[in-house]
Ligand binder design. Structure first.
Ligand code: ADP
Ligand code: XUL
Length: 519
């Protein structure tokens, strides 16, 4: 059996697969808000950050790992796991001092991970992907590289606020002593991998590309970008390696405490989106994945790397080889939840609004669907912008608001993914909101393509389990054919006669109007 672990924004999950029978043996998830309330992070991050700052408490991820493994051990005999790999929310960074490696080697099963490792954090909190506070640092890095185009050419993305390089630069500027004390900057993925392996683990080419520090073509740290980011940074960066490549045997702590075999291997972790590309069986170019998690992301395998002329999309390493493109929308489930709560609805209202009680095009009632800062496009906005009937603009008629939000989200997605140049024949939908048929129908209608879903909603953890099997010597593609089949009755076809061409043009003009009104 093989274990995949995914540490996403709001939860940490484990999935165990059995490659002999092609079945998913066990799943276990720990929700950061509900299961670990003592960390004061109802949505997985620390509320109340000023000026666009969004940080999480890295101890939360350690506590969740202990909690998840203890629960999983009740469901399955962990001594049968031959390899573990995993994924983490992308871009988030963990700063550790020189004691981290020693502490990993000396982990005692009697105490927990938080008690033994928290003392090695040289930065108490971790900036995560939702952070938009590093505009200045992005401009400084771009200037040092003679322009953002050069940053994009080398790293696959222009300098982006949430990416790790600008976040590291801000830390160096604000807390030079803390930066000095930092001996290694890990990503969430490589941090958790290090804990499992009991030694510093590498960063993979998928997650590494989300840092503005890696040269995408050379698959190495880019000296120019690293020097433009912060002094003495090169020695603080982990090695780079392919996702799933072996790091070593699992640390004794996990053998004694949870019953893993001492021969269980740990494979290099990746980011949650590259892992999801694996778990959806979409590493080979030709299909598109839309993940509706805390953020909404649109991604696909690519034969060759080409970049987004608008500067919002990214190119990462693909764990299956070659490249993948990705566009991330910050107001995903966060906006859907905000609207749901504002109107005291439940998710079935999202189903009803789009399936039965409103019609495609929403009678011209249009919404810029942003309840907080957005990154695609970059907008500093706190409330959605509504245009349509007086009642709609006043915020009345909840079901029209729901459709307005959903249509706005996917029209915005369609517009900002046109640069990829893929003809969308089939959409694979994943993430927490993908089980909602109403949402899936609007995705199918806006993109004019059928939507399919896998039996398992957590494609990142499944992808991580497939990577664990790769660590153990299996080939990726046969595993994908085995595990990544659409669930029976999961397909939703576009509604005959519905065409969103006009609505898209209308949405884009509303967006342009809003942006010019903001100067
Ligand atoms: P992440 O991986 O970012 O932690 P998930 O992929 O687990 O997030 O998705 C969690 C989100 O899915 C929740 O925050 C919730 O908003 C959304 N969600 C869960 N069930 C439904 C549903 N039936 N309809 C719409 N959204 C849902
Ligand atoms: C991708 C991104 C998010 C995070 C959290 O660039 O910022 O999708 O990976 O899921």
């Amino acid at each position: 059996m093989h274990l995949g672990i995914d540490s996403s924004t709001q939860s940490l999950s484990g999935v165990v697969v059995d490659v002999a029978s092609g079945s998913i043996v066990a799943e276990m998830s720990v929700n950061f808000g509900a299961d670990l309330p003592e960390y004061g992070s109802p949505n997985g991050f620390l509320p109340g950050g000023a000026d666009g700052e969004v940080h999480a408490d890295p101890r939360l991820w350690l506590a969740a790992l202990d909690r998840m493994l203890s629960g999983l051990g009740d469901l399955v005999d962990l001594s049968r796991i031959r390899a573990v790999s995993g994924s983490g929310q992308q871009h988030g960074s963990v700063y550790v001092d020189g004691t981290f490696a020693e502490r990993l080697e000396a982990l005692e099963p009697e105490a927990d991970l938080v008690a033994q490792l928290a003392g090695s954090l040289s930065r108490a909190t971790s900036p995560i992907w939702m952070d938009t506070s590093t505009g200045t640092q992005c401009r400084e890095i771009a200037a040092a590289m003679c322009g953002n185009a050069e940053v994009g050419k080398r790293s696959g993305s222009g300098a982006i606020e949430r990416f790790t390089g600008p976040q590291i630069r801000k830390f160096w500027q604000q807390d030079p002593d803390g930066y000095q004390r930092t001996s290694r900057v890990h990503l969430v993925s490589s941090f958790l991998c290090s804990v499992l392996a009991g030694k510093h683990a590498p960063i993979d080419f998928g997650d590494g590309a989300g840092m503005n520090l890696m040269n995408l073509a050379a698959r190495q740290w880019d000296h120019g970008l690293v020097d433009a980011t912060a002094p003495q940074l090169m020695v603080k960066l982990p090695e780079l390696a392919a996702a799933g490549s072996p790091v070593g045997a699992i640390a004794e702590y996990f053998v004694v405490k949870y019953g893993f075999s001492p021969d269980c291997q740990v494979g290099v972790f990746t980011g949650d989106n590259p892992a999801s590309l694996v778990g959806m069986g979409a590493t080979t170019p030709g299909q598109v994945v839309i993940s509706l998690g805390t953020s909404d992301t649109f991604f696909a395998g690519m034969d060759a790397a080409h970049t987004d002329p608008r500067g919002f999309g990214h190119v990462f390493g693909n764990p299956g080889g070659g490249y993948m493109c990705l566009v991330c929308f910050r107001n995903g489930s966060l906006a859907r939840e905000a609207l749901r709560d504002q109107y005291h609805l439940d998710w079935s209202a999202f189903e009803r609004s789009s399936l039965a009680h409103t019609e495609a095009g929403n009678q011209g009632n249009r919404m810029l669907p942003f309840f907080g800062p957005e990154i695609t496009p970059r907008l500093d906005i706190q409330q959605p912008v509504r245009r349509g009937s007086e009642a709609f603009e006043r915020g009345e008629e909840p079901l029209l608001q729901v459709r307005g939000l959903l249509e706005g989200q996917f029209l915005n997605m369609k517009h900002h993914t046109d640069w990829i140049g893929i003809k969308v024949d089939r959409i694979l939908l994943t993430g927490g909101a993908s089980r909602n048929d109403g949402i899936a129908q609007i995705v199918a209608d806006v993109f004019g393509a059928p939507v399919e879903r896998l039996a398992i909603a957590n494609s990142a953890a499944l992808g991580a389990a497939i990577l664990a099997a790769v660590t153990d010597g299996h080939a990726m593609e046969p595993l994908q054919s085995m595990f990544c089949q659409p669930a029976a009755d999961s397909r939703i076809d576009p509604t005959p006669g519905v065409n969103y061409g006009e609505a898209l043009a209308d949405y884009v003009s509303l967006l342009e109007e809003y942006r010019s009104s903001q100067g």
